[in-house]
Design a protein around this ligand. Structure first.
Ligand SMILES: [Zn+2]
Ligand SMILES: [Zn+2]
Length: 337
């Protein structure tokens, strides 16, 4: 069995922005066992039971957005029938339940549907993948004008273990009346780094990782995909614009296209080298409150479902990652372990 290139010792690594600790514990660091598990073949649900085949019949017509047109639509955006948040007559208001703090959950919950029942993000053509990101960007732009929205959460669930209850490819966009605590901590960490060194932490990470190469999974002209040094989960990957853009909303189309293509390349590698795992990807954009976030460098995170949170993670909020990110990146570049 090949050996790990550096050390078998476990390490506690700290995320440079969020401050979160992760226990990188590769153990004997031979090939992770779950890579050899035979996954049962995916079973698409029949089109006849799919809620997204006939949008008219299912009460989803007209969509709030279609591309290129209603007859030949390839992308449609519809409100989620079972929204996690709903628009109210007024924006979210805080109130008290005895000693407890509460807010009304005012927001929006939209789904972006691509037309083909069976082609997930990995299988789209390059221009279709870029178009999906063009629509995400338009929605982030629109959400920035919504005075009730503080943050937009855009994500994709692939497979039942990653939370997808419907087979047909669909992407979710939720506006929230609060900035999620994880994002607040990450923004605070990036701001502290910026104040201390006068530079963006993620620009520094990109510089270091491009020089070292070990954790680079994929690169094109405008985007780079990296297995983060303090990866919380096995085979987690971040996709970032190489040039500093604080917000997704301001990023020029050529860079957005390259980010979509880099993400697609990463997902194709996961399908090939990790036996098509269930996974989530999500966009980490700047909040919508129009403050100065020049220290933030927006990006996408991809997390394949390869492990479960258990007692240690719940009790400490420290994740255990059994795959060294160097090994994760090498595996995703196609290196045999
Ligand atoms: Zn369908
Ligand atoms: Zn940057």
């Amino acid at each position: 069995m090949p050996r790990v290139p550096h050390t078998n010792m476990s390490e506690l690594r700290q995320d440079l922005t969020s401050g979160d600790w992760v226990l990188i514990a590769p153990g004997r660091a031979t090939r992770p066992k779950f890579l050899d598990k035979k996954r049962p073949a995916r079973k698409p649900t029949p089109k006849s039971t799919c809620p997204f085949e006939d949008l008219k019949k299912n009460g989803n017509w007209p969509p709030s957005f279609v591309s290129p047109d209603e007859k030949n639509w390839k992308i449609a955006v519809i409100p989620n029938k079972y929204p996690a948040l709903e628009r109210g007559a007024v924006c979210s208001v805080p109130f008290r339940h005895g000693i407890y703090h509460v807010r009304t959950a005012v927001g929006t919950h939209n789904l972006l549907i691509t037309r083909d029942h069976n082609r997930h993000f990995t299988d789209l053509s390059r221009s279709e993948a870029a178009n999906v990101f063009g629509v995400f960007q338009a929605f982030h732009d629109m959400a920035a004008k919504d005075k009730c929205a503080a943050y937009i959460s855009t994500f994709y669930n692939y497979g039942p273990d990653a939370g997808a209850s419907v087979w047909h490819p669909h992407y979710q966009m939720l506006t929230l009346p609060i900035i999620p605590p994880h994002n607040v901590r990450s923004l605070r960490g990036a701001n502290e780094y910026f104040k201390k060194y006068g530079r963006c932490v993620r620009c520094d990470i990109i510089k270091v990782e491009r020089k070292k190469k070990a954790r680079v999974v994929f690169e094109n002209e405008h985007a780079i995909a990296i297995a983060p040094y303090a990866s919380k989960r096995p085979f987690e990957v971040s996709v970032l614009p190489k040039k500093h853009w604080d917000s997704f909303r301001d990023t020029p189309p050529a860079a957005v296209r390259d980010i979509a293509l880099a993400l697609q390349a990463v997902l194709q590698k996961m399908k090939k080298y990790l036996s098509d795992p269930d996974l989530n990807f999500f966009v980490h954009d700047t909040p919508l409150d129009h403050r100065d976030y020049r220290h933030h460098h927006w990006h996408i995170e991809v997390v394949p479902k390869t492990s479960l949170e258990a007692g240690f993670e719940f009790s400490t909020r420290i994740d255990i990652n059994v795959v060294d990110p160097d090994i994760a990146a090498a595996t995703l570049r196609g290196k045999k372990l």
